[in-house]
Design a protein around this ligand. Structure first.
Ligand SMILES: NC(=O)c1ccc[n+]([C@@H]2O[C@H](COP(=O)([O-])OP(=O)(O)OC[C@H]3O[C@@H](n4cnc5c(N)ncnc54)[C@H](O)[C@@H]3O)[C@@H](O)[C@H]2O)c1
Length: 432
């Protein structure tokens, strides 16, 4: 099968290279020419463990190619995956579908034989219907089929998630399309992935409902953590006790900072917007969004208390600034709220992240990127463990920094208090 991935970002590049690795001929297209040029030189524009090796292997054996010529790539392919961004509309809360519709118009003039066009991007219910309308303007309906195939991979685990997914969801009412797509995914299904074929609209909604549910789990345990802090209970005991119930499950029940990233914040807003359009009140998700938006304020209040209400001139270090480990993605990371707020209050901030300097902080006063953990924490008053990178899980703070003892606020509950206090540091965590 000849596949064309349009949008060579976290989703398009990872799924494209994984499809190539399964034996398909794949072209990854992007209108960002410098991205395509980098990829052609074997350079990977994003941080994703294992990706560069897989790209090199499949580029070398000619199953994977890169192009900025969308029309030619579409003409030469059988299955077209749309993997462009669907961010929140500026000044609004619904999904901005301009990238999806622009791409659909371009595809429309390149349909020279039967093609399946699939949204892998997360798109609101009825987007498939709109794409179909755009394509029908120039093409006979027999020449194409529009399907939905939401992607569930997580950044940082993307290759594993794509290769061993819990489920593959295909939304189509067309028998032939369903058969072709089931065949495309058969190597993953035979390794144990559940396969669900449903209507296109249902597939579109499954993605939003799943993300909203996971965001709810995180927010739920964050609120329980707030209660635990007041009554001397360890929230981790609660997570374990709840998670042992198979109806609940232990994943996504770890208290910490606000959820962030390129999906949950925008997708929770977008599903509310869809529900508004269809005059339905998703009150649970509305309160999840509100609670999550307040989460950084709650953690900053704790910082304020920990520092005895004196933030000005305090040296504060952030270990990790991305929204989670194993990614360089800064979209909607809670550090984007915390660091500017602390900088405004007069703190002197150092940060270290395994994925390097972040342009998001370059214009902030007194915010400095450090290239090692040691240089970041030396001389600090407070070290905040913001992201759960492995790099931060076994630091011997006492050996690493001689002299001045700082306070540690472990927002990810990586350490036990006794381990840190034995080294002579004051230690705070979340939900304990
Ligand atoms: N990032 C994730 O973990 C993840 C997981 C599941 C689903 N999704 C969804 O997948 C979609 C893509 O997300 P992403 O994180 O990969 O986005 P991204 O921003 O990393 O990549 C999108 C790419 O599309 C390209 N693009 C935009 N317009 C184009 C055009 N007209 N022609 C060619 N290329 C074009 C951009 O240049 C960019 O490289 C979104 O809808 C997102 O919600 C993302």
């Amino acid at each position: 099968m000849k596949l064309c991935m349009i949008g060579t970002g976290y989703v398009g590049l990872v799924s494209g290279v994984c499809f190539a690795d399964l034996g398909n001929e794949v072209v990854c297209v992007d209108n960002n020419i410098s991205k395509i040029n980098l990829l052609k030189k074997g350079k990977i524009p994003i941080y994703e463990p294992g990706l560069s090796e897989l790209v090199a292997k499949n580029f070398k054996n000619k199953r994977l190619n890169f192009s900025s010529d969308l029309k030619k790539s579409v003409r030469e392919s059988d299955i077209i995956f749309i993997c462009v961004g669907t961010p929140t509309k500026k000044g609004g809360s619904s999904a901005d579908l301009s990238q999806i519709y622009n791409v659909s118009k371009e595809i429309s003039s390149s349909i020279n034989k039967f093609k399946i066009i699939i949204t892998k991007s997360t798109v609101p219910v009825t987007t498939g219907d709109e794409i179909e309308k755009i394509l029908s303007k120039k093409n006979n309906k027999k020449k194409f089929s529009v399907a939905s195939n939401p992607e569930f991979l997580r950044e940082g685990e993307a290759i594993r998630d794509f290769t061993y997914p819990d489920r593959v969801v295909i939304g189509t009412n067309d028998k032939k399309t369903g058969k072709i797509l089931k065949n495309l995914y058969s190597p993953l299904i035979s390794k144990g992935a559940s396969y669900l074929q449903t209507s296109r609209r249902a597939a579109e909604l499954i993605k939003y409902a799943s993300n909203a549910f996971l965001a709810t789990k995180i927010t739920f345990i964050n609120e329980i953590a707030n209660l635990c802090e007041k009554i001397d209970i360890n929230v981790e005991d609660i997570s374990i006790g709840m998670g042992l119930d198979k109806r609940i499950g232990g994943r996504f029940l770890r208290a910490g900072p606000a959820y962030g990233g390129s999906c949950f914040p925008k997708d929770t807003k977008a599903i509310i917007s869809t529900a508004d359009k269809f005059k339905t009140n998703l009150s649970v998700i509305k309160s999840v969004i509100k609670s999550n938006e307040n989460r950084s304020k709650i953690l900053l209040d704790r910082v304020y208390q920990i520092l005895n209400k004196k933030i000005r001139k305090k040296k504060i270090t952030f270990l990790g600034v991305t929204f989670k480990a194993n990614t360089d993605d800064m979209r909607d990371s809670s550090s984007l709220k915390m660091i500017p707020w602390l900088s405004k209050k007069g703190a002197i901030i150092n940060y270290f992240d395994p994925t390097g300097l972040k342009k998001e902080f370059s214009k902030l006063k007194n915010v400095t990127h450090q290239t090692t953990i040691k240089s970041a924490i030396e001389g600090s008053d407070l070290v905040i463990i913001h992201t759960e990178w492995n790099d931060f899980k076994s630091i011997n703070f006492k050996n690493l920094v001689k002299g001045k003892k700082f306070i540690i606020f472990d927002m990810r509950n990586i350490y036990s208090s006794s381990k840190i206090e034995d080294q002579g540091f004051r230690y705070y965590s979340v939900g304990k």
